[in-house]
Design a protein around this ligand. Structure first.
Ligand SMILES: Cc1ncc(COP(=O)(O)O)c(C=O)c1O
Length: 499
């Protein structure tokens, strides 16, 4: 399928991170999703830690969201005219975000950022924008300078095709380093229109603001007459109902939203102070427009998602899921004889291998990406669909007991940690040099000790993958005997039998 795709699409994908260049291998082509799971076109099931890169906070094909979209579609796919639902969505955003007096709906995070920066330039009469190395704000020209996301791992931090004159208007500071921002603001002759930041960075992996950092940005912006723009495309309605700005208590002048606010369909928004937002056309001189802005299907998906999140307890639940994921990962990796850094806030987390702490792009780039690639492939083989960097736990079935999904890391990571450890392989006792038994990735079948029923139950839990199931029996004190359905099963059997 990937070969077929590369014949008609550059790189075989419609957005670079989907090509898996950072972690190796060919991307899985997805057939469908339900709740926290995905199925690829070959019928394999995965626990999805990407959630469409953020929007699907309530899981795949959530019935309330699907039926809202179907109902909206039955009334018409779009009108190019205002609707009541758009007003309702804007009212919810204004009520939720401390920094939002007015909202303009757009179709992508990139558009939201472009609009926010144009507004900031119009409001201040200045041109320069201060951004942070490793933060990603979409693919508009001026923001593709030391950007995170695909630009970072793709190895092309500065895109070809961006004119030098445009890039020169973007000054780069260091995340969590207020001095670097002050130096730019003081050295630039007071020409900065805005400081734009992901309040919690998701695009160089999850990187948290240190205490006082966001507050310090607020003060610097005020002192130098620049606007503070929070890019909450990832964090908006994810870290809290009021986004990172309410969680950290720092109110920006403008906020960019996307992902969750569209419930999985193309919708984003720019929101902010009334006096700044009123500069937008048609009331003001700052032009911005979009044929599909406020599209009724996208608005319906966004509204249905926000209604689910407004239910009491949704954010406690997300916190609980995030903390359970962190806990399990830490336990699973505790025997790894290498430094590991796990950054988490709410339901966003990233595992960095080979480093003690990550607080900015410099420290994020020191992480061992090759080890992470092996970890990624190993987890994928065991049905865990992880991103190459920032993860969201499959949060989404808010009512599902934490136990049902977070059981995975301890058992499964034990199977893989030796691979990540950079230690010599444990010897020729199992397939591919893995130790025999549980650590060999054979689903808990321990030929020497396993009791019949127990081993089979374990194997089913760890190995069943759609139609490709290896059904096994273990003789007490003997080796696994396995019936195989599907090629993937055969590979596993080879391991179970020790090669
Ligand atoms: C923080 C942030 N801002 C902006 C964007 C761009 O959004 P979109 O891909 O909808 O254009 C992204 C995309 O991942 C993002 O993570």
């Amino acid at each position: 399928m990937f070969r077929r795709a590369t014949g008609v699409t550059p790189g075989g994908v419609n957005s670079p991170v989907r090509a898996w260049r950072a972690v190796g291998g060919s991307p899985r082509f997805v057939a469908r999703g339900l709740g926290p799971h995905l199925w690829d076109v070959e019928g394999r099931r995965y626990l999805d830690f990407i959630a469409s890169w953020g929007p699907l906070i309530c899981g795949h094909a959530r019935p309330a969201v699907v039926s809202a979209v179907v109902t909206a579609a039955e009334r018409g796919l779009g009108f190019g005219a205002p609707t009541e639902a758009e007003v309702e969505l804007a009212e919810i955003i204004v009520a939720a975000l401390p920094g939002a007096d007015r909202v303009r709906l757009v179709s992508s995070g990139t558009e939201a950022v472009m609009t926010a920066l144009r507004l900031a330039r119009a409001h201040t009469g200045r041109a320069r924008i201060v951004k942070f190395a490793g933060c990603y704000h979409g693919h508009s020209d001026g923001m593709l300078v030391q950007a995170g996301s695909g630009g970072l791992t793709f190895g092309v931090p500065d895109s070809a095709g961006v004119p030098d004159a445009v890039a020169a208007l973007t000054a780069i500071a260091r995340f969590n380093d207020l001095d670097s921002v002050a130096r730019i603001l003081e050295g630039g002759g007071g020409d900065a229109a805005a400081i734009i930041v992901e309040p919690v960075v998701g695009n160089m992996g999850t990187v948290l603001p240190e205490p006082g950092f966001l507050q310090g940005l607020r003060e610097l912006a005020d002192r130098h007459g620049a606007l503070l723009v929070f890019d909450e495309v990832i964090t908006g309605f994810r870290l809290a109902w009021g986004g990172a700005q309410s969680r950290f208590g720092v109110i920006p002048d403008l906020t960019c939203l996307g992902k969750v606010v569209g419930g999985g369909l193309p919708l984003a928004a720019v929101a902010g102070r009334r006096d700044v937002m009123e500069r937008l056309a048609p009331g003001g001189p700052v032009y911005q427009a979009g044929t599909l802005s406020g599209n009724p299907l996208a608005v319906a998906a966004g509204l249905a998602t926000l209604r689910l999140l407004a239910d009491s307890g949704a954010y406690e639940r997300l916190e609980q899921l995030g903390s359970a994921a962190e806990d399990r990962l830490r336990r699973g990796l505790s025997a790894l004889r290498r430094p590991v850094c796990l950054n988490r806030v709410g339901s966003m987390f990233t595992l960095f291998l080979g480093v003690e702490s990550v607080r900015d792009l410099h420290t994020a780039l020191a992480a061992d990406t090759a080890a992470y690639g092996r970890f990624f492939q190993g987890m994928l083989e065991q049905g865990m669909y992880l991103p190459r960097r920032s993860s969201r736990p499959p949060s989404c079935r808010l009512r599902t007991p934490v136990r049902t999904w977070c059981r995975w890391p301890t058992g499964r990571l034990r199977a893989w940690r030796w691979r990540c450890s950079g230690l010599p392989s444990p010897g020729p006792t199992g397939a591919e040099g893995a130790p025999r038994g549980r650590a060999a990735g054979c689903g808990g079948l321990e030929p020497g000790r396993a009791k019949r029923g127990r081993a089979i139950r374990r194997e089913r839990r760890w190995w069943a993958a759609g139609p490709e199931i290896a059904v096994g029996t273990v003789r007490p004190g003997g080796r696994a005997r396995v019936r195989v359905h599907g090629h993937r099963g055969r590979r596993r059997v080879a391991r179970i039998l020790g090669g």
